[in-house]
Design a protein around this ligand. Structure first.
Ligand code: FE2
Length: 300
């Protein structure tokens, strides 16, 4: 069983910009570099959870999930193999670069590379944020959540639930928008999927959750002061009740900076359907159109 979103890897020609963007705008800790020069960013006790690798084009490189141990990973990889997808075990060097004991990786039906990892390294030295803030809500809820545009929504829904074991939180149906949200721990959703009219696959956003609403406000101020495009205005989501805004990152994808996400109790939860993604705010800005065009298909 997958426990949480553990880490995320991005390829980007603008990876160096994250040395400033990560700590100063997001409040993350710059936690050194990978062997390829990747900028490692930390937001809690884990050695790092975000790695921005040098790359010729902006693209999502890998999505790291945590499982309890290798035996748990094998239970899932058996289902992935039965589904007809190839699964590969990490080499020692690759595991060390991800700062985990090991992982199995595969490409999902839309081509996104997922890694089922165990034994994430934790750093004893306390998290030292890049700017004064009260930290991020992670622990058993993991890094945050990601939203993917998949090639086929029905197939994606089936794959993530039946093969990977995600639990449905709810669905949003608003005109042409249909999005499915899934939980694997107390966080309302660690993954959501939708589809684009073009049927292109895309990495739409990463959400990180601050412990304080004031820190969301500070991040908002930082974006305005530095001319960082706010692609979706401050607002509150209907389903996870998160107050957040979305900014455009240096690597062509959006980052949702939020606070106050709903906890779910899996045993009691009954999936819902909402007619709007947000109860107030979250107006999409002109820049989002540019951002969507620039999100890239996953690397193979
Ligand atoms: Fe989100």
């Amino acid at each position: 069983m997958i426990k949480s979103l553990a880490y995320l890897g991005i390829n980007s020609p603008h990876y160096k910009e994250w040395e400033i963007f990560g700590p100063e705008v997001l409040g993350l800790q710059h936690a050194g570099y990978g062997p390829d020069g990747a900028v490692h960013l930390r937001l809690d006790e884990a050695a790092h959870r975000i790695a921005i690798h040098p790359g010729e084009r902006d693209a999502i490189a890998y999505i790291g999930w945590s499982v309890k141990d290798e035996a748990s990973a094998k239970t899932i990889t058996d289902r992935i193999t039965a589904y007809g997808l190839e699964v590969t075990r990490s080499r020692t060097q690759e595991s060390a670069q991800r700062k985990v004991e090991g992982f199995y990786w595969f490409h999902d039906p839309s081509g996104f590379r997922h890694e089922l990892s165990w034994g994430q390294y934790h750093t004893v030295a306390p998290f030292h944020p890049g700017r004064a803030l009260k930290g991020f809500r992670t622990a058993e809820q993991g890094l945050g959540h990601i939203v993917l545009a998949v090639a086929d929504l029905d197939e994606g829904d089936r794959f993530y639930r039946e093969v990977l074991g995600f639990h449905q939180s709810d669905i949003v149906r608003d005109g042409p928008l249909e999005a499915h949200f899934y939980h694997i721990n107390g966080r309302h959703h660690s993954l959501a999927i939708t589809s684009l009219p073009t049927r292109d696959v895309a990495f739409l956003h990463l959400m990180i959750e601050a412990n304080s609403l004031d820190d969301v406000g500070t991040a908002h101020d930082m974006c305005e002061q530095r001319g960082i495009p706010i692609t979706t205005t401050l607002g509150r989501h209907s389903n996870d009740q998160m107050i957040s805004f979305y900014m455009y990152t240096p690597s062509g994808f959006r980052l949702e900076y939020g606070w106050g996400g709903l906890d779910v109790d899996h045993d009691l939860w009954v999936p819902r359907t909402y007619d709007k993604p947000s109860s107030w705010g979250h107006r999409r800005q002109h820049q989002e159109l540019t951002a969507l065009k620039m999100v890239d298909t996953p690397s193979s």
